[in-house]
Write a protein that binds this ligand. Structure first.
Ligand code: STR
Length: 376
């Protein structure tokens, strides 16, 4: 038994203008790292075209996080968008999505200190805002090519003179993403990677123009946003952030909600395609965003707001009805259900994701999840 809903009264299935993109509905595919790329070269593989095309019914697909430079890499098997070979390898992926009517943004990633020297150019230490001990783990490949969890290497602090080069790398990646056929880029400013490391008080101990008060800690983020917008167009640029208290002490902030609103107010006049919230409970731990904060954020940020973090269809409908969000991105549910919007539309049952095949490997747990069949 399924419950048919009219798409007219279902808040999930109302169309939405997202910057330059006309998006048919509010069910998006969240960025999902799968670590299946080819090394050396960090090249997308043909199987990825099939995987994303299967999911092209999403309002918008946000690609798995994709490093913008060799230094930006933190995980073996993640794709890059800094070489012409990577552009050529992404082209069939975006073409396959477009061929079946979908839209796909490229998520631009710099991992900062979340890396290992064996993944870095010349085996050098990873870079971050400050030199601080970390318990964070990353993933290398073992002798059989399987993902291998490993403690991150100690990072070194970036010189202020290196920051323009990082901003330029985001701009170059934006140019390449456009050439690769993506419809937009999404800057990864969330989940403890470089831009979040600069934002959070605990991870940014700098005493130059990029550290100290929130106005200084958000400087790099805003420079990156402006560089990407100048390179393509603000209405082709989205941004993902982690607003609210972090569950990790390494990313503790002095005033999480007030600082988030400061960032949101700085972003508002920039006219981005959307702001994407990786909500604090995406790991299943910690508190969700407080209703009062959601209201304040809505006032501070007039543009398209997207939520993500273990939503169900019902919770997503509720967030849309409340006016807290304009769209909701689904991660784990989209891994296991290539036709997720159709299932939501019909109230159909969902496949369960298999966590053992999230990272690394091939087609198993990647392109072999079945679609729902209304007549079976
Ligand atoms: C965190 C959130 C994000 O933006 C990107 C990633 C991709 C790689 C994931 C990482 C995640 C969480 C920690 C993982 C890592 C791969 C290996 C690592 C799962 C989802 C560990 O096993 C600790």
């Amino acid at each position: 038994m399924t419950t048919e809903r009219s798409s007219l009264d279902d808040p999930l299935f109302r169309p939405l203008q997202v910057g330059a993109l006309a998006v048919p509905h509010r069910v998006w595919m969240a960025p999902l790292t799968r670590l299946r790329c080819l090394e050396p070269g960090d090249l997308p593989i043909p199987l990825m075209a099939e995987h994303y095309a299967q999911r092209a019914g999403a309002g918008l697909i946000v690609s798995e996080a994709t490093h913008i430079s060799p230094q930006a890499k933190g995980y073996a098997g993640a794709p890059g968008i800094y070489s012409d070979a990577q552009v050529r390898a992404w082209q069939p992926v975006t073409a396959a999505v477009h061929a079946v009517g979908g839209r796909i943004a490229c998520q631009l990633w710099h991992v900062g200190r979340i890396s290992h020297s064996s993944l870095q150019p010349a085996g050098l230490p990873p870079v971050g805002p400050s030199v601080l001990p970390t318990q964070a783990r990353t993933s290398l490949r073992d002798a059989q090519g399987r993902p291998m969890r490993t403690l991150c290497s100690p990072a070194r602090a970036l010189e202020v003179s290196e920051l323009p080069g990082i901003v330029d790398a985001y701009a170059a990646a934006t140019r390449r993403a456009r050439a690769a056929g993506f419809d937009a880029v999404e800057i990864h400013g969330a989940n403890g990677y470089l831009l979040h490391q600069f934002l959070a008080a605990a991870s940014n101990r700098r005493t130059d123009a990029y550290g100290g008060p929130i106005a200084a800690r958000m400087r790099l983020l805003l420079e990156v946003v402006d560089a990407c917008a100048d390179t393509w167009s603000a209405d082709r640029v989205g941004l993902r952030v982690s607003f609210g208290a972090s569950s990790s002490p390494e990313l503790a902030d002095d005033a999480p909600e007030a600082n988030a609103l400061t960032v949101a107010r700085a972003l508002a006049p920039r006219g981005l395609a959307y702001l994407h919230l990786s909500e604090p409970d995406w790991t299943g731990s910690g508190e969700g965003l407080a209703p009062a904060f959601r209201h304040a954020l809505r006032e501070a940020y007039p543009g398209v707001l997207v939520g993500a973090g273990r939503y169900t269809a019902e919770r997503a409908r509720e967030a849309l009805r409340q006016g807290w969000l304009d769209a909701v991105a689904f991660g784990r549910a989209y891994i296991a259900n290539p036709d997720l919007p159709e299932r939501f539309r019909h109230g159909a049952p969902l496949n369960e994701p298999d966590a053992t095949t999230f990272y690394g490997g091939g087609a198993e747990g990647y392109t072999d999840y079945p679609v729902w069949n209304a007549v079976s």
